[in-house]
Every structure is written in C-alpha cells, then in structure tokens.
Design a binder for this molecule. Sequence first.
Ligand SMILES: [Mn+2]
Length: 368
Amino acid sequence: MSISFIHTADIHIGKKFDTDLTPQESKVRRRELWETFDKIIELCIRNRVEFLFIAGDMTEAQYCKVEDIVRLVAKFEEAKETQVVIVPGNKDPWTTHNLYKYMSWPPNVHWIDETNQVKELHFEDKNLCVYSIGISSMEQPNKRDCLYDVDVDVNRINVLLIHADVLEKDSGALRVDLNRISGKFDYVALGHVHQYAEIRDRIIYPGTPEPLDFTEKGQHGVVYGRLGKDNFEKMFVPVAKSRFITKEIFLQPEFSSEKILDIIKYSGDYISASKDYFKIILTGSVNSGIDMDRLLNEASNYFQHIGFEENYLYDIHSDQLPERQEDSLIGQYIKQYQEKGLKTLEMQKSFLLGLNLLMESKERSDDH
Ligand SMILES: [Mn+2]
C-alpha cells in the first residue's frame, strides 16, 4: 500500500517585498504567490493527490488579513479529496494572534495545533501516521526534544512533518538533530530552508514554491511523491511563475554604449525578460564619455523587472580631459576634483556631469 502526496512549505502568502521591489512590483509579486498557491491546489485536484503536506510558513501571519484566511479556506474546500496537513512555522507561529485559530476549516484540513508535544494524526484507511509539532514563538523555543522520544509503529507509513533547521544554520529554536530521528520515519517533510535540498534519502526541503528574493536561485516548485513501506518515488514539479536571476557583466573601457546596452539586453531571452526578476552586477571600467544613468534607464525598458548594482568605475585619464589652462574655469574645476581624487563612482559621476555642463556652456559662449 502506498500514498500519493505533494510536499510544499514556505509559500509566505502575504509577504511584503520591500527590499528588492518597488511598491507596485511588490503588489504584483504578492498576487503571484497566490497564483502559485492556486496552482498547487490545482495539481492536487487534477492528480487526485491523497495528501498535501505543508511544512510551515504557509503565510506571513503578520501581514495576513481575514480575507486571506477566508481565501485559503475556500481553496482547501475545492481540494476536498486531498487531506491537507499543515504545521505552523516561524512566520506563522501558533500564537493567540494567529488568525488560523479563529477560522473554521473544512474537514480535509488537519492543523498541527500542538507546540509542546508531538501530535500524531492517524489516517487508518491509508495506513499512514503523520507526526508533527508546531512553533508557538521564536522567543520561547518550545521543547522539541519530545520529538526524539517518538515511538512509531513500524507496520505503518510514518511521516514526520516539521518546520526545522536541520543544517544548524539558525538560532537554536528551530534546530532538529536528524541523527536522533532518522530510521524512524519513511519520509521527513521539512520546511524552513528556501532552496530545494535533499538532505538525505527521503528527507527533503522542497524550498519556496515561488522564490522570494535574489538569494533563492534556480527553479522552484514542489515535491510530488508516492510513498509506501518499501517504495518511494518522487519528482520535483516546477510551479514557480518567475525566477530571480543575477548576472555579472564585466565592462571594459573600449565598450561602446551600444555594446553595453546589447550585453544587458541579451542577459535574458524574450520570455525570461518578460516574467523573471533580474539583477545585473556591473563591474570593470567604463569609457568616461558614456552616460551610464541614461543607458541603464533605457536598458530597463526591455525587462519586466531589472535592478543594477553599479560596482564599476569610469576610466578617467588626465590626458583625455580637455586641454586646460590652470586659470580657466574648466582648469580650476578639474584641478579641484583631481586634488580630492576620483575614488568612488559617485564622485566620478558628479565630476563628469559638472565637466559636461561646463564644456557645453563654454561651447555656447565660444559660438557668440
Ligand atoms: Mn520560510
């Protein structure tokens, strides 16, 4: 006997994307999280998936309104053939403030509402037992040591569903020592790490189904599996709408502005540029005659979202600067800046901007 399941975590519905995105883009991205959630529900319905395991951080509770929770209830109602097991994570902890507590959920939704002892959910008809423990707050780490005392019935399919740090990267509250539990469970459905990772055989972090920032690289999706006592098959189903892509471009002084524009433009193919989030890191050195602000502004038109990290410097040589007489205005200006040194891109930009203005006004007065 075996069960079919989808394992996801860290959807972070409601998240405010205020670091990388503009307020308008942030709104779009929040809607995209919902679209991805809907897609996961659709996958369950279409494939008659028996179990949906959600291993914490389904939402960011502090940004969720009652409407959001009502929408979740309605979506789970649609997937009524799928048994949904949800454990709270550190972004949606099981506290008195959490709206989850005050909602009436359809019968196919099973909440892990225990934070001080292990909860066991038995699905007799499927010979499955799900073990789990929630999180109440990060400040008061709950006693997860009880996890290590679990006794499983080896004749059943045993799943551990948990929002946890098994890589020892985080503060203590979320840590779980795999060495003390492995062997007991036929599958460990983890949440918390946002990148897909198969930690050991049958112990998996599915990652965020829709990536949340530039640290969450590559393809994102959910784990779709079939699990029995003697068999396990899984596949990774990419459900993410967009990817976060970082590219580095090394600029050289001989590059023309057309060439730089082309390199940026071809960082993403047409489809990718229309839906993915790009960050371009510019390094190297740029000809001092190129107006990079204008160029980057133009390049932005080819992307749905693009941001630049400007780590290059202008290539400024004194022999390329206009012929100067020490006492002329331009001469004074250049001298002043050279004494200060042109060490940062910001200083270089303001120097070149001022120089161009002076040159233009000189040309104008020379014409008269
Ligand atoms: Mn998370």
